[in-house]
Design a protein around this ligand. Structure first.
Ligand SMILES: NC(=O)c1ccc[n+]([C@@H]2O[C@H](COP(=O)([O-])OP(=O)(O)OC[C@H]3O[C@@H](n4cnc5c(N)ncnc54)[C@H](OP(=O)(O)O)[C@@H]3O)[C@@H](O)[C@H]2O)c1
Length: 287
């Protein structure tokens, strides 16, 4: 069986990636602060280049899914040094190791490489990030594409439950509503939201068929954050009255957010040929 290393397998998407690959591949996952005690897990600090090199050389994977990141745009904006090391510098080390050892690198990127001024972005559309998180991902993508067999999966906003620890994302909509405090939700920020379980299945299929190049992985339809929140509230049996619709620009965030980074997923549909579920179907199916 082929050996695969997944960075950030303790995180939200990483935990599902670990689960879907396990059995068909010999899977190794890395964690940093959230110790995982089941399976093949190794601690890895991506800020330490020697440690990255040592872990890769010990495991000798044929595939690396570089999924770990400073994934919160506000955190990346306020601690640029760490975001640069984790999202960009670590990618350079992994690209080099993979190149020298003939391993395939699959890089988990984001819809936030786009500026959000358009809609339904294609893989060939020009990137133009509006925040530091997006900048680190764009720079890392360029390095990843130096290896011709490498792959980049640009993920849309994902929702659902972590596979290892009992928490849900996005936190603001799955949180404790018992205090009945209103939540401000954007009515005019659009995403191709995708359930994290479905996301992991799509990445697995892409790797199974040895996809290389850039692939957009998102849900079948562009919806606003407000529509997403309403669907999750309905699923949870919570009144949607607690959602306060606000417009982009009415709320100050530490990092700017692109307005509409919905993804055109026609390439994913034609090459992967597995179902991509809407939010209502996914909530029924996976949660
Ligand atoms: N969530 C989304 O909606 C979304 C949308 C588009 C793209 N993405 C991309 O998808 C990937 C996964 O996102 P996620 O939401 O699953 O993120 P997450 O839950 O925040 O997980 C991040 C992972 O990275 C690890 N990590 C962070 N700093 C590290 C460091 N210095 N050294 C080693 N590992 C480190 C964390 O380890 P510990 O927790 O053990 O510290 C964790 O396993 C990221 O590349 C993100 O950019 C996510």
């Amino acid at each position: 069986m082929k050996r695969i290393l997944i960075t950030g397998a303790s995180g939200f998407l990483g935990s599902h990636l670990y689960k879907v690959f396990n059995g068909d591949y010999v899977v190794f996952g890395t964690y940093y602060t959230q110790t995982i005690t089941v399976g093949n897990f190794i601690r890895l600090n991506l800020e330490d280049k020697d440690e990255i090199f040592r872990v890769l050389s010990e495991i000798k994977p044929s595939y690396v899914i570089h999924n770990a990141a400073v994934s919160n745009p506000d955190k990346a904006e306020t601690d640029k040094e760490t975001a640069k090391k984790v999202n960009l510098e670590s990618t350079k080390v992994i690209v080099n190791w993979c190149h020298r050892n003939k391993a395939k690198l699959c890089f988990i990127s984001t819809d936030q490489v786009f500026d959000g001024k358009s809609s339904y972005y294609k893989e060939t559309d020009p990137v133009n990030p509006v925040n530091y998180y997006g900048i680190t991902k764009v720079k890392a993508e360029k390095i990843v594409l130096e290896g011709e067999n490498n792959a980049i999966f640009r993920m849309a906003l994902m929702y659902g439950r972590s596979a290892f620890r009992q928490y849900y994302k996005p936190e603001w909509i799955w949180g404790d509503f018992s205090r009945r405090k209103k939540i401000k939700v954007f009515v005019d920020q659009y995403r191709s939201v995708l359930c994290v379980n479905n996301a992991a299945e799509l990445v697995k299929k892409a790797i199974d068929i040895d996809f290389s190049g850039i692939l957009h992985l998102g849900g079948p339809k562009r919806i606003s954050r407000y529509e997403m929140a309403k669907a999750i509230c309905r699923y949870r049996g919570i009144s949607t009255d607690l959602l306060e619709p606000v417009r982009h620009g009415q709320v100050d965030l530490l990092a700017p957010r692109p307005q509409d980074v919905s993804l055109d997923i026609s390439k994913a549909k034609s090459v992967l040929k597995i179902p991509i579920f809407s939010i209502n179907e996914s909530l029924r199916r996976y949660l």
